[in-house]
Design a protein around this ligand. Structure first.
Ligand SMILES: Cc1cc2nc3c(=O)[nH]c(=O)nc-3n(C[C@H](O)[C@H](O)[C@H](O)COP(=O)(O)OP(=O)(O)OC[C@H]3O[C@@H](n4cnc5c(N)ncnc54)[C@H](O)[C@@H]3O)c2cc1C
Length: 320
C-alpha cells in the first residue's frame, strides 16, 4: 500500500488548492515545494519595515468559485479590494492580500502536510504506484501524482516515465520577469492607486506598497516587461541593477532608495494557455495543473487546482 493517496508537487496556489480540496474529500496528501516557504509566485518580502509583494500584485475574479474564495478571505480580514482599475475606474475590483499576497498561500496551507525545502527530482511509475524522490534522498510512494510547477520544471522529472505527455505542453515556454524591490525614505511619486500598469513599455507594472496599503513605509516593486527582462537576463548583475535604478528614477519623486533587491522570475508567465483546466492521464494516475492550464493569473491557477482535485477524487478510493 502506498504511503499516501496523492503527492502534489508545488505549493503555489494551484497545488495548495488541490491539496485542500482533496483533504475535504478525505484523500490523504503530501505537498512538496523546493522553496523555503509556500506560495510560489504569491510572494511577499520584507526589507526593514517595508513589506513588498514581488510576484502577483493583485487578483481579479471572473468565476463564482474564486469570488467565493475572495469573499471568505475578506470576511476573515485576509483580503480586500484595492481599487477598480489603474488608469480609470472600470468597475472591476482588484483584490489584494491585506498582509501581502503570500499570507493567502499560508492560509491555504494551514493544517496540510506541506514539506518546503524539498525539491522533487525524480518520479517513477512502477507497478501501479508512484515513487517520488526528493533532493535530500527522502522518498514516498503515492497512488496518484499532481504536478503544479511551471510545465518545463514538472516535465523534467516525469518525461521518461510518461510517454503520453503532449509535445506542445512539454515545450511550452514562459516569459521572464526581472523585478526591482526598493524600500524608500519618503513617499514616492506614485499617487492615486499607487500603481501604473503599462505592459507595452519597459516597465510592465510598478507599485508603491504604502499607497497600496500593505506596507508601513514607502516601498516600490517594479516589474519589467518580458522584452526588457530577456535583454538583461544574462547581463552582469551590476549592469542590470544600474539599468533598473535608471528605470525607477522618474517614479521616486524626492525620495531616495534606502535598500534595494533584484528578483529574477525565470518562469513568470506561460506564453500559452492549454485548452483544458488541467491535463490528466488515468493510466498513470497523473494530473498536470497550474496557471499554464487555467490561465496566467492567480484565478487561473486556483481554478486549475480545483480541476486537478476533481480529477483525482474521481479516480481515488479514499483509504479512510
Ligand atoms: C512578477 C509576476 C507578477 C504577476 N502578477 C500577477 C497579478 O498581478 N495578478 C495575477 O492574477 N497574477 C499575476 N501573476 C501570475 C500569478 O502569480 C501566477 O499565475 C500564479 O501565482 C501561479 O500559481 P501556480 O500555483 O500555478 O504556480 P507557482 O506559484 O509557480 O507554484 C509552483 C510551485 O512549484 C514549486 N516547484 C517547482 N519545481 C519544483 C520541484 N522540482 N520540486 C518541488 N517544488 C517545485 C515552486 O517552488 C513553486 O512554489 C504574476 C506572476 C509574476 C511572476
Amino acid at each position: 500500500m502506498a504511503d499516501v493517496d496523492c503527492v502534489i508537487v508545488g505549493a503555489g496556489i494551484s497545488g495548495l488548492v488541490t491539496a485542500r480540496n482533496l483533504a475535504a474529500a478525505d484523500v490523504s496528501t503530501i505537498v512538496f515545494d523546493k522553496g523555503r516557504s509556500v506560495g510560489g509566485r504569491l510572494a511577499t518580502r520584507r526589507i526593514g519595515d517595508a513589506r513588498l509583494d514581488h510576484g502577483a500584485q493583485f487578483m481579479t475574479a471572473r468565476s463564482d468559485a474564486f469570488a467565493a474564495q475572495l469573499a471568505d478571505w475578506q470576511e476573515r480580514g485576509l483580503a480586500d479590494v484595492w481599487c477598480h482599475g489603474f488608469d480609470s475606474d472600470d468597475g472591476h475590483p482588484r483584490w489584494i492580500g491585506v498582509n501581502g499576497m503570500n499570507s493567502l498561500a499560508k492560509d491555504l496551507a494551514n493544517d496540510l502536510d506541506v514539506r518546503v525545502d524539498h525539491r522533487v527530482f525524480a518520479a517513477a511509475w512502477d507497478d501501479g504506484e508512484w515513487l517520488i524522490t526528493c533532493d535530500d534522498a527522502s522518498a514516498v510512494t503515492a497512488s496518484h501524482l499532481v504536478l503544479t510547477a511551471p510545465t518545463p520544471q514538472s516535465f523534467s522529472f516525469v518525461f521518461e516515465a510518461v510517454g503520453t505527455l503532449p509535445r506542445e505542453l512539454s515545450s511550452a515556454d514562459h516569459d521572464r520577469t526581472i523585478a526591482l524591490l526598493a524600500a524608500l525614505d519618503s513617499p514616492s511619486a506614485l499617487t492615486g492607486t499607487g500603481a501604473r500598469h503599462e505592459p507595452s513599455t519597459d516597465i510592465a507594472f510598478i507599485v508603491d506598497h504604502a499607497v497600496k496599503g500593505i506596507s508601513r513605509v514607502p516601498a516600490i516593486t517594479m516589474n519589467t516587461s518580458p522584452a526588457w527582462s530577456e535583454r538583461y537576463w544574462d547581463a552582469p548583475p551590476e549592469e542590470t541593477e544600474q539599468a533598473l535604478v535608471d528605470l525607477i528614477a522618474p517614479f521616486l519623486g524626492s525620495a531616495s532608495i534606502v535598500e534595494q533587491q533584484v528578483k529574477k522570475w525565470r518562469f513568470a508567465t506561460p506564453r500559452a494557455t492549454w485548452s483544458t483546466p488541467c491535463w490528466s492521464d488515468e493510466e498513470f494516475q497523473l494530473v498536470v495543473a497550474g496557471d499554464a492550464f487555467g490561465g496566467p493569473r492567480v484565478e487561473g491557477a486556483f481554478l486549475s487546482g480545483l480541476a486537478a482535485a476533481e480529477t483525482i477524487s474521481q479516480w481515488c478510493t479514499p483509504r479512510r
